[in-house]
Design a protein around this ligand. Structure first.
Ligand code: ADP
Ligand code: MG
Length: 610
């Protein structure tokens, strides 16, 4: 019996490349790792240099403690770390890194040049590495500190290189990572240069100054300090005053032991504290730092993941909730002090709040609830293909005599809501959200916001395909100052936005002048309109499927659509319904939400036993 053994060991460089995939997924991951190493090295000046959105170069230069000749070489070995030496250290870990994987991973998937020098050494060390192999090591004249340059990420893993997103998207990730580190260490100077242009220059200062430097001057004098110290944990940081809340989630940061984390749970605690102070659909700014004994954290959660497990997350929830409420109350933003931080009963109450919400949600999704509401199928969308749907629409809308007239609508691209109309159906608005339209064999229920989103989207799509929307020149051009990140995004969108009626010019580093907007943007609201579009756009920015133009169209449609809760006149309702009818795809928003639902009279009759 001859059997050939089939198991063999992977060559080191391939094993390293595979392992690297977990740590280095994109240029932004390298930015995070290199910045964290620089922080761990005790630097007080850290510079990040990027070219081609990090695809060509990510370089971090620090003035930290540097590495010896041997350490500089060792640092690139897998599991090489100076930060822990035994298992107990894991429960005391205070540094950002400790697994000794980052540099090994970078060296496996890019070309690396390192220069490092310690105070006590006469000269520094220069090393070049490629495919995990040291190609050159020699002494070099250098200042104290370390510079690590990662070049041509994934040059040896083409499949992964092809998987990288557009420069805008990758730069966005880099800026996110940069901000997450820079915000946590205001006593370190940080700068960031992208393609030779300085995009951040963050002088050392207080946390408040750092937040304003990063998130923009709008927050100056609009931050409320949060500060609570307990035996179990400390919370400090800032929340934005309620008036700074935005329509989309954006400026929200939670750090645990100075590490940025994502936590829907703690976000809920904060949102809850803001509950009656801001509109339901808006998001407050926050940058909160929670410090607690590392033994209270589950360190087995992979450090490159931003989720975190607390030993006791209900306590943390209650503290965060109380601390924010307390802060808002102290600044007499909330009228009453309805809790006491150290009252255990009240914090129990806070603990219980998310539970009741969850219970509510689970009730809504329970099979009993569903069985009840689905039983008669009245609310189900008729799922036919787009073309059929359109025909369907016309079927109940058009008597044959109407046909000609409606064909005119189909070619109309003019503004909808105030359009005069010969069609006088009587429409009814429900809850300022829905329009009910009777038809021969039943009725349809139109969601006004979704419908308008679809209408605007198609109008904008036509605009960028050669039927530009007219610009109304502003009498008094407005200037708008953005953060560096937003400024980069906006610059990329300027030419498409011009077709959509926005005439905006770059004016200085991060300042723009709005020379004109489409006619339907309210005078005085130009700035807000553009900020909102950017917020919305950033929401889509990590989405692989769409081009930047597509994302812009979607963002603008979402942003400018009439909202649920808006009262519409008969004319406005008719205009909207007709415009929807004229859409190429009338039954769903660009993101796939239904625009209307069809209720058949026969089915309704049956439900009533008739
Ligand atoms: P970890 O940070 O988890 O220890 P890394 O692979 O990121 O692992 O780094 C390996 C080691 O290299 C670190 O433990 C540290 O000793 C050293 N090192 C990395 N970057 C720097 C730096 N900028 N300055 C000084 N030492 C560094
Ligand atoms: Mg590290």
């Amino acid at each position: 019996m001859i059997l050939t053994d089939i198991i063999h060991l992977l060559p080191d460089n391939i094993a390293n490349q595979i392992a690297a995939g977990e740590v280095i997924q994109r240029p932004g991951s390298a930015v995070k790792e290199l910045l964290e190493n620089a922080v761990d090295a005790g630097s007080d000046e850290i510079k990040l240099i990027i070219s081609d959105a990090g695809k060509a170069l990510v370089q971090v230069i620090d003035n930290g403690k540097g590495m010896s000749e041997t350490d500089a070489r060792m640092a690139f070995e897998r599991h090489a770390t100076s930060k822990i030496s035994n298992i107990d250290d894991l429960f005391r870990i205070k540094t950002m890194g400790f697994r000794g994987e980052a540099l090994a991973s970078i060296a496996a998937v890019a070309q690396v040049e390192l220069k490092s020098k310690r105070d006590e050494d006469p000269s520094g060390t220069y090393i070049e590495i490629e495919n995990s192999k040291v190609k050159l090591q020699e002494p070099v004249a250098a200042n104290r500190g370390t510079s690590i340059a990662m070049k041509n990420l994934f040059f040896n893993v083409p499949a992964r290189r092809n998987f990288l997103k557009s420069n805008t998207a990758e730069l966005r990730h880099i800026i996110d990572e940069f901000i997450r580190v820079a915000m946590a260490f205001p006593d370190i100077f940080f700068s960031m240069q992208s393609n030779g242009q300085e995009v951040f220059h963050l002088e050392k200062g207080s946390l408040k100054q750092r937040i304003v430097q990063i998130l923009g001057n709008n927050y100056n004098a609009k931050l409320v300090s949060v500060q609570e110290q307990t035996d179990y944990l400390n919370i400090m940081g800032f929340v934005g005053k309620p008036e700074t809340a935005k329509k989309t989630r954006g400026d929200q940061y939670i750090f645990v032991n100075n590490r940025f984390i994502k936590s829907a749970y703690l976000n809920h605690a904060i949102m809850n504290a803001f509950a009656d102070l801001i509109p339901k659909d808006s998001f407050p700014m926050y940058a909160l730092f929670i410090d607690l004994d590392p033994a209270q954290l589950d360190i087995n959660v992979h450090p490159t993941k931003q989720e975190i497990k607390f030993e006791d997350d209900k306590i943390v929830y209650a503290f965060v909730h109380s601390a924010v409420k307390h802060a808002l109350a102290q600044f007499s933003i909330t009228p009453t002090l309805d809790f006491e931080l150290d009252s255990s009963i009240q914090s129990l109450d806070a603990i219980n709040k998310p539970m009741t919400e969850e219970q509510r949600a689970s009730t809504a999704s329970s099979s009993l609830f569903k069985a009840f509401s689905q039983k008669n199928q009245a609310h189900l969308i008729e799922r036919s293909s787009g073309g059929n749907e359109l025909k369907h629409w016309k079927d109940f809308y058009e008597s044959p005599a109407d046909k000609k007239q409606n064909d005119n609508f189909s070619s109309s691209t003019t503004s909808s809501l105030h359009k005069e109309s010969d069609h006088e159906y009587s429409l009814m608005q429900l809850h300022n959200s829905y329009i009910i339209v009777q038809k021969g064999s039943g009725f349809i229920l139109v969601n006004q916001q979704n419908a308008h989103e679809r209408v605007l989207y198609e109008r904008y799509a036509k605009a960028v395909e050669g039927k530009p929307i007219a610009t109304q020149q502003s009498l008094f051009p407005v200037t708008i100052e953005l953060t560096s990140g937003d400024s980069i995004v906006l610059q990329e969108l300027l030419s498409d936005m011009q077709d959509l009626g926005y005439q905006i010019e770059l004016f200085g580093l991060n300042t723009f002048v709005i020379q004109g907007t489409p006619a339907d943007v309210l005078n005085g609201n130009e700035k807000g309109a553009i900020e909102n579009i950017l917020e919305q756009y950033k929401h889509f920015s990590s989405d692989l499927k769409f081009t930047k133009r597509e994302k812009l169209l979607r963002s603008m449609a979402i942003q400018n659509a009439i909202k649920t809760g808006t009262t519409l006149t008969q004319k406005e309702m008719q205009g909207l319904v007709q415009d929807l009818l004229a859409c190429e795809i009338s039954n769903a928003t660009p993101t796939g939400r239904p625009t209307y639902m069809n209720f058949d009279k026969g089915e309704i009759d049956r439900m009533f036993g008739r």
